[in-house]
Write a protein that binds this ligand. Structure first.
Ligand code: HEM
Length: 399
């Protein structure tokens, strides 16, 4: 009996060692990919490759891309090869390359390469994930939904959701003067976006970070509020579609929020046709995953002076033309640019108009600073901890 047991253990150990050696050898072979291509690369470690999600403390994907971007751009490189486990990932550093991938040579990079399985999960196959001709056809079909005319028709839903949010905040305030803003705003956007069957946190994250910054810059908060009141005076006190369009300074504040905190820290693309990089002999092979490091570019002092400073004037009428094309990408670019861009901005403006017209915000001590991004949030950057704001009601006759 003892002999049988020993032989069993021996066999199991042999299998484990053989499989481990096989996997290890495979990874060592896979890790030669970028070297063979002649592309500079970050030295990978078994088994995670170059990702730092499992390091201590874990680093969010967008932050990791930002670190590699800064390090390899400083060395004068236009691109760098990474590995997600054994899988190669091409990180683009050069703005001209970014433009080529997103727009000029888009036909080589039509897909995002995000896994979906329509058979077992019907909702996973949506405009964001689907590929090739199927995507092209659906995009053409959905595009008319987002024209100004249709948006005006959807506007009533925004008005109603805004009013519900205000009622909810009044009830919350009667119990506690601090509110969990992330939670409150995600309910507001769920109410509106949910009505159009897009499962999307982008607008609520934008509003959350915007209000956070406005608690750090009370003068800017007051300027936005002044603008809201001035514009609303011309519109009988009603938040209409045209009134929101007239709120230019608020638009600048939102643009700056999206620069500092882009909800998609990285854009994804998949090479679908072998692609020769212009003026080189380097070929990006079909099937290669591509990452465009939006967060890193938005925080690059070459493109945005003093990048950590929250400065809505970067987007003023006279300054916005100074922004280099393809360095400001909160909605992506090219044929796969966010289809809900204008609706997202409209919704964000509506949320902010309702909130700032009625309440004054300061940061509650329950909020842990500095804000830390959740390393495990997938497509939309989110904070690890909740953001708590003190809410003070503005009296009717104050303005
Ligand atoms: C502030 C709000 C929003 C931000 C920052 C945002 C950001 C983005 C980004 C970065 C992409 C990827 C673009 C690319 O890969 O080049 C995207 C795609 C997309 N977004 Fe948005 N989004 C917002 C609001 C919305 C809203 C409100 C909707 C729908 C009502 C929406 C629907 C979509 C769809 C369907 C795609 C996929 C488009 C395609 O592949 O053709 N987004 N968004």
């Amino acid at each position: 009996m003892m002999m049988v047991w020993e032989s069993f253990v021996f066999h199991i150990l042999t299998v484990i060692i053989t499989v481990s050696l096989g996997v290890y050898t495979y990874f060592q072979w896979a890790f030669k990919y970028w070297e063979k291509k002649g592309i500079p690369y970050v030295t990978p470690n078994f088994p995670f490759g170059t990702i730092k999600l499992f390091s201590y403390p874990p680093l969010p994907f967008g932050e990791m891309c930002k670190q590699y971007y800064n390090e390899y751009k400083a060395k004068g490189y236009k691109h760098v090869g990474l590995y997600v486990f054994s899988r190669p990932l091409y990180l683009v550093l050069d703005v001209e390359y970014i433009r080529n991938i997103l727009s000029k040579d888009f036909d080589h990079f039509v897909d995002r390469g995000i896994y979906y399985n329509e058979k077992d999960d019907a909702l996973s196959g949506n405009l964001f994930t689907i590929e090739g001709t199927k995507w092209k056809n659906l995009r053409a079909k959905i595009t008319p939904t987002f024209t100004s005319g249709k948006m005006k028709m959807m506007f009533q839903i925004l008005v109603e959701s805004g009013s519900h949010m205000k009622d909810a905040i009044d009830i919350m305030r009667s119990k506690d003067s601090a509110i969990n803003i992330k939670d409150t705003l995600s309910r507001f956007t769920m109410n509106t976006i949910g009505s159009y069957a897009f499962g999307h946190e982008t607008s609520s994250t934008t509003m959350t970070f915007c209000l956070f910054e406005l608690t750090q810059h009370l003068d800017i908060q007051e300027n936005v509020r002044q603008e809201i009141n001035e514009v609303l005076k011309r519109h009988n006190g009603e938040i209409t579609y045209d009134a929101l369009t007239e709120m230019k300074y608020m638009g600048q504040v939102i643009n700056e929020t999206l620069r500092k905190y882009p909800p998609s820290a990285c854009l994804n693309r998949k090479c679908v046709k072998d692609y020769k990089l212009p003026d080189t002999n380097i070929e990006i092979s079909s099937g290669t995953a591509i990452a465009i490091p939006v967060l890193a570019v938005h925080h690059d002092p070459e493109y945005f002076t003093d990048p950590e400073k929250f400065d809505p004037d970067r987007f003023s009428e006279e300054n916005k033309s100074l922004i280099k094309p393809y360095t400001y990408l909160p909605f992506g670019e090219g044929p796969r640019i966010c289809i809900g861009l204008r609706f997202g901005l409209l919704q964000t403006k509506m949320g902010l108009a309702v909130l700032l017209k009625n309440y004054r915000f300061t940061l509650n001590e329950k909020t842990k600073l500095p804000l830390k991004m959740d390393p495990f949030s997938t497509f939309v950057s989110n904070t690890e901890e909740d953001i708590w704001l003190n809410v003070e009601k503005i009296k009717q006759n104050e303005y």
